[in-house]
Design a protein around this ligand. Structure first.
Ligand SMILES: [Zn+2]
Ligand SMILES: [Zn+2]
Length: 275
C-alpha cells in the first residue's frame, strides 16, 4: 500500500507510551511500504512534560538500526508545537536534523494551554475559537519551515463547551486567510483522523474546510491518524482517501527528506486496501 500514515507518536512523545517496534510490526502486517514517525517537539509550552526535547542524535541512530533489523524504511518526521516568540529556536532546531517531514501545530497560545484548559478561561466559545484561528494565521503568515499545518481546527477538541461543533461560515474570513497563506507559501495541510475516534466524530479539519481548501487551489494534503497507541496506527487512513476523492481531491501527498510526492487517488482496491 502506498499511503503512509503521516502523523504517529511513539514513547518518545511525552503523552505516548507506544513502542516503536510494535508500530513497525503493524506496518509490515498491513503491507505498508514504509512508516513515518512524528513525535512532539513543543516550543514555548508551560506544560513541564512537554519541555524536554528528544535526543535526536540517538533517535536517528535508533531508527537507522531498526530500519535494517525490521527491513522497512522509516521516515523521521516531527510535530512542532509552534509559538511565535520561539520561531528562531524552531528554525535552528529544524536546521540541525535531517527530518523527512515537519508538521506545524498550535497547541497553546497567549501563554496558555488548550489541553490544560487555561486558554478557555474568561472566553466565550466564539472568542476562544476565533483567537485560536488568529494565532494559527499569525503562524502561517510568518513561519514557513514546515510542510503541513497540523489538525487545523484542533481547538474544537478542547474547551469546556457542551456543544463543540462550529460552523466554518462563522469563522470564514480567518479560516480563508489561513488557507490562502498556506497555499501562497506552497505549503499544505493534513487531515487528521483522530477526531473520528473521539466524541466529535469528524476529522481535523472537517469536510467544510477541506472543501474550501480545494476550492481556493490547495493541493498538498497528507493524512495522519495522530496515533498515540499502537492500536490507533493507520486508523481511518484508507476510508479518508475515499472521502477525499469524494470531496474532489485528485491525490494525497507524502514527504521524504522534506520533498513532496503526490500520489493520485486510484480506485484499485483489493481486499487489503489500495495496491
Ligand atoms: Zn498536535
Ligand atoms: Zn500529534
Amino acid at each position: 500500500m502506498i499511503y503512509t500514515d503521516h502523523h504517529v507518536h511513539t514513547r518518545f512523545s511525552p503523552d505516548s507510551e507506544a513502542d516503536v517496534v510494535s508500530y513497525l510490526m503493524r506496518a509490515k502486517a498491513l503491507g505498508l511500504k514504509s512508516i513515518m514517525f512524528t513525535d512532539h517537539v513543543d516550543f514555548g509550552t508551560k506544560d513541564k512534560l512537554f519541555q524536554e526535547i528528544i535526543d535526536y542524535g540517538r533517535y536517528f541512530e535508533l531508527m537507522k538500526r531498526l530500519e535494517g533489523e525490521y527491513e522497512i524504511p522509516i521516515q523521521v518526521g516531527v510535530e512542532i508545537g509552534y509559538e511565535k516568540d520561539h520561531k528562531a529556536a524552531i528554525d535552528e532546531f529544524l536546521g540541525r536534523f535531517d527530518f523527512d517531514f515537519v508538521i506545524a501545530s498550535i497547541h497553546y497560545g497567549d501563554g496558555m494551554d488548550f489541553y490544560l484548559g487555561d486558554f478557555f478561561y474568561g472566553k466565550t466559545q466564539e472568542e476562544a475559537y476565533r483567537r485560536y484561528f488568529e494565532i494559527l494565521l499569525e503562524m502561517v503568515e510568518n513561519f514557513s519551515n514546515y510542510d503541513v499545518v497540523g489538525h487545523l481546527d484542533y481547538i474544537t477538541r478542547y474547551g469546556p463547551f457542551e456543544q463543540k461543533y462550529y460552523r466554518y461560515a462563522a469563522y470564514k474570513p480567518v479560516i480563508d486567510a489561513i488557507l490562502k497563506a498556506v497555499i501562497r507559501g506552497s505549503r499544505g495541510i493534513e487531515v487528521n483522523t483522530s477526531g473520528l475516534r473521539g466524541p466529535l466524530g469528524v476529522t481535523f479539519p472537517k469536510d467544510e474546510v477541506l472543501k474550501r481548501y480545494l476550492e481556493l487551489g490547495g493541493r498538498t494534503i497528507t493524512i495522519g491518524s495522530d496515533a498515540h497507541f499502537n492500536g490507533d496506527y493507520y486508523a481511518g487512513i484508507l476510508p479518508q482517501v475515499d472521502r477525499l476523492k469524494g470531496l474532489g481531491y485528485e491525490g494525497v501527498s507524502s514527504f521524504i527528506k522534506r520533498k513532496e510526492y503526490f500520489y493520485p487517488i486510484e480506485f484499485k482496491r483489493n481486499s487489503l486496501g489500495y495496491e
